[in-house]
Write a protein that binds this ligand. Structure first.
Ligand SMILES: Nc1ncnc2c1ncn2[C@@H]1O[C@H](COP(=O)(O)OP(=O)(O)O)[C@@H](O)[C@H]1O
Ligand SMILES: [Mg+2]
Length: 354
């Protein structure tokens, strides 16, 4: 063993540091980037928007102290400035800290359900969140989010409506209801670009992208348009074992998009009458498969009628974290924010700090 602390140890330690402006911890807020963990040395960057001042200095000092307390001799903290406004020539969404694709090998496994509930869970944890529906064939985000709002145009750009504090954008806003649309590759690409660059997302900690099923043009277009922080793979227990999800994983690997982890949806059912837990699709398949493939397992979401009912009526279960469903999504959200930091961290001998 060359180093005593792991990236996960550092992430856990940093969770005690709170941004005084928001009252939430800097890991949940997505500030921590470029973590490098070596032999008795740790370095990381804090991506901050607020101008320099006592609050910022205090934040940096607290972050440094939290990691030093783990017994790390050499702690280096770098502050990087979050772009204050949209700047031409830069990325399409310079004010967004993290972009996360919610994907799967096939349809109907609960991508949109997971995307909507993760957006709610992250927002409830204090983060600024956007939810972009990239499924132009079967857009479902506005319904899942109880959509009553519609986009407007402000200064020539699209202002996304906000539902439960989350900015949302979807092709459903622009298509005639129940009308099939034939999309060609270039049209898809243009739409994705517009959903990024022409939408006033503003400053966001996380922009979640609800993907269409499979491994098609949209995935390609998205990964070509912006640097994705990573992808979350949603799978039912049997799908990962049966390698349906592995196709999505392989595609993201080919596109150089990190896999942030796997969520097992429809994992088990708890009987409402007797509380008995039933494992309808043979629970645990995704966790095992993730472990075998060396991906983080982000958690399990039960199969329950109330999840479908509440989704249909536009009230994501994650709005109420006193239920087992709400708690399940809260836990997945927490695992995800840790994984975002850990996944792009470097450990051990290959790092060099001047
Ligand atoms: N954990 C769950 N328990 C019960 N129903 C679920 C669950 N997850 C998703 N569903 C339901 O399954 C259907 C497909 O989910 P959806 O999120 O639209 O999948 P996808 O986006 O992958 O096609 C929807 O009717 C949804 O309400
Ligand atoms: Mg969907």
């Amino acid at each position: 063993m060359s180093s005593q602390v792991s990236p996960q140890d550092v992430v856990n330690a940093l969770r005690v540091v709170k941004d005084p402006n928001v009252g939430r911890d800097i890991v949940t807020l997505g500030y921590v980037k470029e973590l490098e963990v070596g032999d008795s040395r740790v370095s990381f960057a804090l991506q901050l928007t607020a101008p320099a001042g006592p609050a910022r200095d205090q934040l940096v000092a607290q972050a440094r102290a939290a990691v030093s307390a783990l017994g790390v001799a050499n702690v280096q903290v770098q502050v990087v400035e979050q772009a204050p406004a949209r700047t031409a020539g830069h990325s399409l969404i310079p004010q967004v800290r993290h972009t996360i694709a919610i994907a799967s090998g096939k349809g109907g496994v609960g991508k949109s359900t997971v995307a909507a509930n993760l957006a709610v869970a992250l927002n409830r944890a204090g983060a600024k969140v956007g939810l972009m529906d990239t499924d132009v064939y079967g857009p479902s985000v506005p319904v899942l989010m109880g959509g009553t709002g519609v986009p407007s145009v402000v200064e020539g750009r699209i202002e996304p409506p906000e539902e439960y504090g989350i900015k949302i954008m979807s092709m459903a806003f622009f298509l005639p209801k129940d009308e099939a649309v034939i999309w060609r590759g270039p049209m898809l690409h243009k739409t994705i670009q517009q959903f990024l660059g022409d939408v006033r997302w503003g400053e966001l900690d996380y922009l979640l992208m609800d993907m269409p099923p499979g491994t098609g043009d949209i995935q390609l277009s998205l990964s070509q348009s912006i640097p994705l922080t990573g992808a979350v793979i949603v799978s039912t227990p049997q799908d990962l074992a049966l390698s349906v999800a592995s196709k999505a994983i392989a595609m993201f690997q080919k596109l150089n998009v990190p896999i942030l982890g796997v969520v097992e949806n429809m994992s088990y059912h708890v009987c409402r009458q007797c509380g008995h837990r039933e494992e309808i699709f043979g629970h645990g398949g995704a966790r095992e498969a993730a472990k075998k493939l060396n991906y983080a397992f982000l958690g399990e979401i039960p199969l329950d009628m109330s999840i479908r009912e509440q989704s249909d009526s536009g009230k994501p279960v994650a709005l109420d974290d006193s239920t087992i469903y709400g708690k399940a999504f809260q836990e997945v959200a927490e695992a995800l924010v840790s994984q975002i930091v850990v996944a792009d961290s470097k450990t051990g001998d290959e790092i060099s700090i001047e």
